[in-house]
Design a protein around this ligand. Structure first.
Ligand SMILES: Cc1cc2nc3c(=O)[nH]c(=O)nc-3n(C[C@H](O)[C@H](O)[C@H](O)COP(=O)(O)OP(=O)(O)OC[C@H]3O[C@@H](n4cnc5c(N)ncnc54)[C@H](O)[C@@H]3O)c2cc1C
Length: 176
């Protein structure tokens, strides 16, 4: 059982001792499960939606659905931030008390059920120590940006300038 994957990350195992798919990158998961020994063996991810899918890669009986793998920690994270920031972007500027309560509840529940268990534990802690700011869209947008930056920092990534959260997730970059 390897302790470190191709990416240099620690391999995370489930309680039952199997490599955890949603806690590891696809590359490390495949490495840990002995499916690949080199990066060259990885399937292409980019552009898979636009190319014609060879018949043997399609789900039996389907004309259009490829046998896509379940999401790894990176794909899951990316999709989840897309969802979280997008929810934030459509949160009211002046939310009702009910909306505020729902958002707090949602974030608490989200942190309990996030599929990457070790990511979820840290997100739970972040929420405990930094109560979600739900009084307005701007407050929530900045809070979400800071929550995302806490993960960026943990992963050694550049912090995002939260002054741009609304452009990135709500308004876009056109000046007009
Ligand atoms: C709640 C949660 C906890 C996570 N915890 C972990 C963890 O413990 N370990 C782990 O390996 N992965 C974790 N992830 C996944 C991780 O944060 C990334 O999503 C993943 O590594 C993919 O990164 P990425 O480079 O595609 O960009 P992402 O971090 O997914 O970001 C997507 C896009 O969001 C924008 N962005 C970046 N930072 C911010 C910000 N602060 N505010 C607004 N927009 C921003 C940028 O345009 C970026 O391209 C977690 C994800 C979530 C949702």
């Amino acid at each position: 059982m390897p302790t470190e994957g191709h990416t240099g990350r620690k391999i995370i195992y489930d309680e039952d001792g199997k490599p955890c798919r949603s806690c590891n990158t696809l590359l490390d998961f495949k490495f840990a499960t002995g499916r690949i020994t080199s990066r060259a063996a990885l399937p292409e991810r980019a552009g898979r939606e636009s190319r014609t899918i060879p018949a043997q890669e399609l789900i039996p009986g389907s004309k259009s659905y490829a046998k896509v793998e379940p999401p790894d920690v990176v794909e899951l994270g990316n999709s989840s931030w897309n969802l979280l920031h997008s929810i934030t972007a459509t949160y009211p500027s002046k939310p009702s008390e009910q909306k505020k309560a729902e958002m707090k509840q949602f974030l608490t529940i989200f942190s309990h059920i996030y599929p990457c268990s070790w990511c979820a534990r840290d997100f739970e802690k972040f929420i405990e120590q930094n109560a979600p700011k739900v009084d307005s869209r701007e407050d929530l947008g900045r809070w979400m940006c800071e929550a995302h930056n806490a993960v960026n920092e943990k992963l050694g990534k550049e912090k995002f300038d939260c002054n741009f959260w609304a452009k990135r997730w709500k308004d876009g970059w056109d000046e007009n």
